[in-house]
Design a binder for this molecule. Sequence first.
Ligand code: PEP
Length: 252
Amino acid sequence: MRKQIVAGNWKMNNDIDASKSLVKNIIKKLKKKSLKNTRVIVAPTFVNLQKVASKAKKTKVEVAAQNMHQAKSGAFTGEVSAEMLKSVGVKIVILGHSERREYFGETDAILAEKVNAALENKLEVIFCFGEVLEDRKSDNHFKVVESQIKNGLFHLEASAWKNIVLAYEPVWAIGTGETASPEQAQEMHAFIRKIVTDKYNSDVAESVSILYGGSVKPANAKEIFSKEDVDGGLIGGAALNADDFVALVNSF
Ligand code: PEP
């Protein structure tokens, strides 16, 4: 059975005190909840990863980085490697977020290298992709999503997919208050499962969790998460408030 996942991307928010208090509150609120098939992930900034990971150790909360560099080490000022993430207790990394693609020039080719580096270091990857509004208006959204997945992930062996989580995030719905309708999300997620089946097989496609991201809030989560091929959410804004975030976990 596929895992349901709620992953909170804190982006460039929360200093150390705010990060510690947010993770502490989430852990507290989840304490009495039995999370049989649900994973809860938070992704603080690099500087707060170690503290948050140590607070989350042996709890129901897992910790992810928001990015990493593809090289092992070297003259890459300001960057952080997969090994460094592992050394502070991180086991998951988000790659390909639209903000990384748009503001930091991360291309499909760079992302494929990052995916390889993460998997070589036994990090699990939450791989993000999604169309911009123009693509949807011109009916190119399926093509765009297919090409991002193909270029970023289809070089992998089938066995590598056990460490991949997909996150469909239509760029027009991120931080805009605009959400894809549950039907639009389901339509795209079913399409994604189909292209993964065609490339690999139905075992791989049926096992991979596909998250939806884009203005998910407690008010709309239930309906989106109830769709057959939607296995949870990658959450921005609503992940910064413990009550809202835990309400999302409770929406399954
Ligand atoms: C995101 O940035 O991944 C995201 C989904 O943000 P928001 O929930 O704020 O739209």
